[in-house]
Design a protein around this ligand. Structure first.
Ligand code: TRP
Length: 499
């Protein structure tokens, strides 16, 4: 006889609520039968690692074969028990159709790779974001939600919302309900400072966060994960901390209000605020190694700093991590604007939150800012020709756009006039959707480019003329940001809000 016991209902790691079921059995002496689906899942994850380790170590073939055999056997057993195929990063769910969520788990027919370290697709139009919503188990920002935001705020939503650049969310309706009831919430976003050079793509979440701060008039915390970059890159601690301060200048230049914004370096803040570290430890206690392996694809050879880092990115989602701002209150809800590749961190955070007595953070996810070469990947700070840097001169900017921006136009003027261009794969057009404010003008450009009335050179000229003043103004504002200003932003202190 088998007895099913529901163990816990709060797991979000699969992107959906998961009821963990413990299988009790009275079949004496049957070790396999005594396992719960979760235990079997964990055993499978460990066995997968074992196979990988043996292969990497070029172990004896017979030994590898035996390990693979066991893995397959476990998979068959898992399917029999749960009715689902085993997928790394997808713990067993109550649903017979298991969602494919973990970034490490990519369907064979699904070419898009999206995790905190890699973004790539074979599609020239870019990542299939609707598929990502299904895979990650988030919700689409549809017209209805954008209309509600407009109604609640009494003003036009940001172009990033109007144009689907912020395209996915978790619990945004709940945040709007809270706002309507005059309940407080706060914003949290961050940046991994891996070099001094920031490009325009890095500004997307900050431009949007600045707008959110203005329209909602709420506190904002910005995490600079210098510790993360130290753990992942070949950099010294001093370098990473220096980049955190330098990047903070570019962030401040986006126009944040010093009375409403706290920017912190993990390397400084972790030691300065006991409440923050206490939350880190609470989170660490509630996530297993197997779970982070499933979510982030860590392997046995990753350093333990990486394995525990997700708890540090999770902690700012809880208001009690900032006693100076929230006076010890732990019930203030958090809203996190970020690029979709950061979602794995916050799926983990949302899974842990109710178990440690905190509200789950809400999220707004953005698409990626494409590289000049095309939307198959996001802009990278390490390839000078793939990005427009915030330090580029007007001339450099012009040359990069003209030389490197992938064009959806035809090869000759005659052909282009006859058949028209394809704005969906044209990088200059994509960039205009991010930065050209006027909806009607953008639509006219789209039509003219599609019909062939507008040539590639002319389209690029419009982009250059849009970006040049934008970058020049940014550079001007950044010049005004002194070390003293940075220090103000980065000092733990009360903000202009009463809690
Ligand atoms: N891990 C992010 C990066 O490498 C930085 C980050 C920390 C972040 N906390 C965040 C990004 C919250 C968005 C939201 O860039």
């Amino acid at each position: 006889m088998c007895l099913l016991i529901v163990e816990r209902v709060s797991c979000e790691l699969g992107g959906k609520y998961i009821v963990r079921v413990k299988k009790m059995t009275d079949c004496q002496g049957d070790a396999e039968g005594a396992k719960s689906p979760l235990e079997l899942y964990e055993q499978l994850t460990a066995q997968g690692d074992e196979v990988r380790t043996l292969k990497t170590a070029k172990a004896d073939k017979a030994e590898i074969d035996a390990a693979v055999q066991l893995l397959l056997k476990l998979k068959v057993g898992y399917k029999q028990m749960t009715g689902q195929d085993f997928k790394a990063g997808c713990p067993p769910s109550e649903n017979s159709v298991a969602p494919n969520n973990g970034p490490a788990a990519v369907d064979a027919d699904d070419e898009d790779t999206v995790d905190p370290w890699n973004v790539s697709t074979s599609n020239a139009k870019g990542v299939d974001y609707d598929k990502l919503i299904v895979r990650f188990g988030s919700s689409k920002i549809d017209k209805e939600l954008v209309d509600r935001i407009e109604k609640v705020l009494g003003q036009k939503p940001h172009r990033f919302l109007r144009r689907g650049i912020f395209f996915s969310h978790r619990d945004m309706q709940q945040v709007l309900d809270a706002y309507e009831k005059h309940k407080s919430f706060y914003l949290y976003t961050g940046r991994g400072p891996s070099s001094e050079a920031m490009h325009v793509g890095h500004l997307i979440p900050f431009i949007f966060t600045k707008w959110l701060q203005d329209v909602f008039d709420i506190p904002l915390v910005i995490q600079m994960t210098d510790d993360e970059k130290y753990l992942w890159k070949d950099l010294t601690l001093e370098d990473c901390h220096h980049f955190a301060v330098e990047n903070a200048k570019d962030i401040i230049a986006c126009g944040f209000d010093v009375n409403k914004t706290f920017i912190f370096s993990d390397l400084d803040y972790m030691g300065a605020t006991p409440e923050f570290y206490r939350n880190v430890v609470k989170i660490q206690k509630h996530v297993t190694f197997n779970q982070v392996k499933g979510i982030f694809g860590f392997t046995d050879s990753d350093c333990i700093g990486k394995i525990s880092f997700p708890a540090i990115q999770a902690a700012p989602s809880f208001s009690s991590s900032f006693p100076q701002i929230f006076k010890g209150r732990k019930d203030i809800q958090c809203l996190i604007p970020c690029a979709i590749d950061q979602d794995p961190y916050f799926r983990m955070t949302r899974d842990v939150a109710p178990r440690i007595g905190y509200p789950k953070p809400a999220l707004l996810h953005s698409t990626f800012f494409p590289a000049l070469q095309g939307a198959q990947t996001k802009m990278s700070a390490s390839d000078a020709n793939s990005s427009i840097f915030l330090t580029d001169t007007p001339k450099q900017l012009k040359n990069k756009v003209n030389k490197h921006a992938f064009s959806g136009g035809k090869d000759t003027v005659e052909e282009h006039r006859k058949y028209g261009g394809n704005p969906d794969i044209d990088v200059a057009f994509m960039y205009l959707t991010f930065f050209l404010e006027d909806d009607e003008q953008l639509e006219k450009i789209r039509q003219d480019y599609t019909s062939g009335a507008l040539l590639t050179g002319e389209l690029k000229k419009i982009l250059i003329e849009t970006l040049q003043p934008m970058i020049a103004e940014h550079q001007e504002r950044r010049k005004q940001v002194t070390d003293e200003t940075v220090k103000q932003f980065m000092t733990p202190r009360p903000l202009n809000f009463n809690f």
